[in-house]
Design a protein around this ligand. Structure first.
Ligand code: AG3
Length: 279
């Protein structure tokens, strides 16, 4: 008997991966958590049946959501990460020697525990002394923050269920307030491809535009997310993501990446016409 994981991308499109074994399945107070193993993508994590990451392509997402803001900010020291209980963003952040603190706010403690056990290649840096983990709703946590972060990375689920609050005007306003005068916020910005997703993306993008003086979008190709065409939002108080970017300076840090590089950084902000029209 064959076992397949399937995510419905639209009422008419499904994406499936053949599963070798199911490694974990459980329910937290917030969601259903599953970890599977597969030949093509290695281990993968799903929440409420939605693909979060696979061992094969997570480097694309985690490098793009982390190194883009970290390379634009000239001296990022205090970082806030919201969501991201799988540890992928934390892993990338700990590669920067200049970083002093990484506050990770994850609503679901069970996600972190399950990832530490079954996804050791992403959940591998939680023991770095700079990392502080808070098990709390990011929306509530950030209301108490003022002028204290250089970079905020919002690595959320889709804009419904536990992640919904992370796409609201109130939340973006709190991020603005939590950032220092030259702070940058980056978020996972969904896909522009299928109509329903594009409409949701467009709505949340407008809220970011209304909340920050500089607001841009960049893209990457992520094979296991709906349509494979994925966007990230870059919102900033002072620095422009390409005009204020110094790729040579970033290269000198010697951070080894498999996707991100300075050429790609600039190129990722060049958007297809159909996406430009949505923004
Ligand atoms: N964050 C979730 C991206 C959204 C995926 N959506 C979907 N499969 N429908 C990924 C967490 C990785 N750290």
């Amino acid at each position: 008997m064959e076992l397949w994981f399937t995510e419905r991308h639209t009422p008419n499109v499904k994406f499936s991966i053949k599963v070798d074994h199911q490694l974990y399945s459980g329910n937290s107070e917030f969601q259903r958590i599953d970890v599977f193993d597969s030949k093509e993508f290695g281990r993968f994590l799903t929440l409420d049946g939605y693909m979060m990451l696979t061992e094969k392509d997570e480097f694309i997402y985690h490098e793009m959501i982390t190194h883009v803001p970290m390379s634009v900010h000239p001296a990022p020291k205090n970082i806030l990460v919201i969501g991201a209980g799988d540890g992928g963003v934390v892993r990338e952040l700990t590669r920067y020697p200049s970083v002093e603190s990484i506050d990770l706010v994850e609503i679901d403690e069970l996600v972190v525990e399950v990832c530490k056990k079954y996804l050791p290649t992403t959940a591998c840096r939680f023991d770095d002394p700079r990392v502080n983990v808070f098990y709390e709703d990011g929306v509530k946590f950030i209301r108490r923050c003022n002028d204290q972060y250089d970079v905020i990375i919002v690595d959320s689920t889709d804009p419904f269920g536990p992640g919904e609050g992370l796409f609201t005007k109130e939340f973006y306003g709190s991020c603005f307030k939590a950032l220092r005068d030259d702070g940058i916020m980056v978020n996972q910005h969904e896909s522009p491809f299928y109509d329903e997703d594009a409409a949701a993306m467009q709505r949340s993008h407008k809220r970011i535009v209304e909340s920050f003086p500089i607001s841009k979008v960049y893209q990457a190709h992520i094979p296991t997310y709906p349509s494979g065409h994925w966007l990230f939002g870059f919102a900033s108080k002072k620095y422009h993501p390409t005009n204020d970017y110094n790729g040579t300076k970033w290269s000198m840090l010697g951070i080894k990446t498999r996707y991100y590089n300075p050429r790609l950084h600039t190129g990722a902000f060049a958007l297809p016409c159909y996406v430009e029209e949505l923004l």
